[in-house]
Each structure stands twice: as C-alpha cells, then as structure tokens.
Design a protein around this ligand. Structure first.
Ligand SMILES: Nc1ncnc2c1ncn2[C@@H]1O[C@H](COP(=O)(O)OP(=O)(O)OP(=O)(O)O)[C@@H](O)[C@H]1O
Ligand SMILES: [Mg+2]
Length: 253
C-alpha cells in the first residue's frame, strides 16, 4: 500500500529523516515511534506531499504509483488522508460542517453546479449530508453536531478530526498521535475505534504514537526512528525487547 524508498529529508543542515526505506502492506495497522524530534511527523509530511523529499521516492497503492512528485491535493485524491499532531479543525464551524467539508474532496459536480445549486450538486449534497451524519454517529459525536468545533473537549476534537479524514474516503489513513491528550478511558475507546474503522472502511492505518499501550496493543508492525534513522522494525514483542530501541528511549549505554 505504501513504499518509501531510500528517502532523505533535509532542512538546511538538519537531516530530519535519513535514507528511510519501509513498506506497509494493505490492511495493516502500522506504528511509527521514536523519541521527540526523531523525524516521525516529517515522514507523514513527505508521504502527504507537504514536503518533497530531498532524496528518494514514495510509491503508493496496488499500481505502485510514484507519488513523491505530486501535490498534496493530488495525493489526497488518490486516497491518502491524515490527521495532525496539533489538531487542525475549522474551530468556528459546527461539528457537522467540519465533517461535511471533508466530503468535498469527492464531489463530482463542479463549482458551477454548486454555486447555482443545480440538481447534480443538490443530489450530491444530500448524499454528503447523510454520510457526514453517519460518520458523526460512528465517532459518537452526532448529538454534538451543531456545537462549534472549539467547544468540544480535546478527546472529542481528535475524534472529529478522524471523522473529517474519513469523509474524504481514504484508503490509507495516517494518524499523528491520535491519543495525545486523551485520558486512559478515551485511549481505550480510541483503540477499539481504530480497529472498527479499519474493518468497516477497508483501511490501511499508519500511526505515530507515544502511548505505548496503543502502539503495542493495535500495531502488527512497528518502525522505530531515532535522529532520523530507522533503528528497528518488527512486531510488538520484537520491538519491546530490542536493545537499540530501549537505548533510544532510555538513553542508556
Ligand atoms: N519545516 C521544518 N524546518 C526545519 N526543521 C524542521 C522542519 N520540520 C521538522 N524539522 C526538524 O526535523 C526534525 C524532526 O522533526 P519531526 O517533527 O519530524 O519529529 P517528530 O518525530 O515528529 O517529533 P515529536 O515526537 O516531537 O512530534 C526536528 O529536528 C525538527 O526540528
Ligand atoms: Mg511529530
């Protein structure tokens, strides 16, 4: 589903990611972990086209299409969507509108039909409304659909961001620290939720997370970055007993 080939991302003198190669199979839940500043978010930024890699390529999907030269909107249309480490919602808009907007990526009717509210658009609008309501129900936010996004507690804002991402109909969903700021109960629910949406929407999920119970609990394959270098890859058991990983996290010899 995703193949990163010898990818380096440099910012001036800083090597944020160094010669990273990794692959993600369709239908997997894959984790990306590592200490602060290891380069995790940079990997997401390269995959989603926010940055062009300094070196290397990114390939996507069954057709193994090269996406590292595409724009972010083109990559999103191909079915890669993400959430952000620092929540990015339209804070002044309602919960419903935040999800509804996500659906616009898949609109077939153009600006002309939407401005003049032609039948093609109003038909699509009705479908988008139903879809947004369904997703809100799915993430447990239906009752809050008319509230302003900013008024939601943190954990709910994170779920809203996921609902908006789902509205774009992704096939590969990237989650940057989805459990950040969640309490243990919310974190537990999030793990079940991630499993749930993976099955229902036939997703492949790539997630960055500092909560180890999330990573070890739901990821079948884990990649570990440290100072931009891939230092380990494996299943949760292998990662937990890997000496380089323990060193990177605890900073011991
Ligand atoms: N746009 C940028 N310009 C300059 N340096 C950047 C940029 N983006 C990231 N970096 C640097 O690249 C390195 C990796 O940053 P990145 O945000 O990818 O780390 P991270 O693993 O996501 O960390 P955290 O766990 O704190 O979110 C850091 O040294 C960071 O300062
Ligand atoms: Mg980050």
């Amino acid at each position: 589903m995703l193949k990163i080939n010898n990818m380096t991302m440099r910012f001036g003198g800083v090597v944020a990611v160094n010669k990273l190669s990794m692959e993600i199979e369709k239908g997997q839940i894959v984790g990306l972990i590592g200490p602060n500043g290891a380069g995790k978010t940079t990997v997401f930024n390269v995959v989603t086209g926010v940055y062009k890699p300094t070196e290397g390529e990114v390939f996507y999907g069954e057709a193994n299409e090269k996406i590292s030269q595409l724009r972010p909107d083109q990559i999103a249309k191909l079915g890669i969507c993400r959430t952000f480490q620092n929540i990015r919602l339209f804070k002044e808009l309602s919960v419903f509108d935040n999800v509804f907007i996500g659906g616009h990526l898949r609109l077939k009717s153009g600006l002309f039909s939407s401005v003049f509210r032609l039948p093609k658009y109003t038909g699509e609008e009705k479908k988008m409304t139903e879809k947004a309501e369904y997703l809100l129900e799915k993430v447990g936010l239906y009752e809050m659909r008319n509230e302003k996004a900013y008024s939601l507690p943190y954990g709910m804002q994170r779920r809203l961001e996921i609902a908006r991402a789902l509205a774009t109909e992704p096939r590969l969903l990237l989650l940057d620290e989805p459990a950040a700021g969640m309490n243990p109960q919310e974190t537990q629910e999030l793990m079940e939720f991630i499993h749930d949406i993976k099955d229902e929407f036939d997703l492949t999920i790539f997630l960055i997370e500092h909560h180890m119970e999330v990573v070890m609990g739901i990821c079948e394959n884990i990649f570990v970055l440290d100072h931009g270098n891939l230092i380990a890859q494996g299943n949760p058991q292998e990662i937990q007993s890997n000496e380089r990983v323990i060193e990177a996290y605890l900073g011991v010899e």
